[in-house]
Design a binder for this molecule. Sequence first.
Ligand code: CLF
Ligand code: SF4
Length: 301
Amino acid sequence: MQNCRGCGGKTLKPSHMKKNLSLEVIEKTKKHPCYNKDAHDYARMHLPVAPACNIQCKFCNRKFDCTNESRPGVTSSVLTPDEALTKFNKYYDELGYLSVMGIAGPGDPLANFERTLETIRLIRDSHPDVALCLSTNGLRLPDYGLELKNNGVTHLTVTMTALDPEIGAQIYDHIQYRGKILKGVEAAKQLIENQLAGLSLMKDLDIMCKVNIVAIKGVNDHHIVDIVREVKKRGVTYTNIMSLIPVEGTAFENHPTLTGKELNGIRKECETILDQMYHCRQCRADAIGRLKDEKKEQKVG
Ligand code: CLF
Ligand code: SF4
């Protein structure tokens, strides 16, 4: 067959797909390269429309992209929603295999909710065939989850690093929540509570979810299996355990990282509980292209 590309991710259904998804979300998941490793012929494009963040992770230097979802690098240029649509249109036409629009920073999409929502609506109205994907720290997910669903979001990632607030306090410096700044254990407790409540809300919504976990040697690496067990109870079917990338100018700048073998050991242990992602590229907030041949940021026009 002239056009046959093997399964191309179009016929295989990822085993971790959530139950009760609509046909639309199932079809978009088959073409989502992060959720379906067989969808390697399809591309995602991140639109960097979300500059602010409402928490401070101790491994994050705000001069760089969000290290929860993105590897540190040159700071992304921040786009307005209209600029983001123009850029998306350009690559959609040029590439011909763009199937996912993601918002993953450079801060947190839900800390920039108006800009995020406007971008989602613009892409949804112009490209109904495209999956709409967000990655968030989850602090505002209980507040905005339903609105995301009602505006067409099909895929959502929550990044967690702890379930135990004492461990969380070693990783988060503070959070800004409802007009207050919370620090230490109190901050971690509120964040974790909201992450779990947000995931419970997602459980019955027609959105495919995953949880990203940043593994930090000697801090939370022994605790990751507990996170995976807990998020499974909240309906999550797929987790992505990523190694910390030490960033200059942060408390974790010189922190030792897990070896590939150690990281895979944790993933293997967690695989007995939930399906694991092994093909994450720790993308920038402005990444474009297929995971197998990631393109560097290019300016529009
Ligand atoms: Fe982007 Fe994330 Fe959506 Fe994918 S990335 S918002 S789920 S479209 Fe993918 Fe990149 Fe890994 Fe993220 S490879 S860092 S898991
Ligand atoms: Fe940085 Fe992302 Fe953490 Fe916000 S959520 S502080 S942008 S790593």
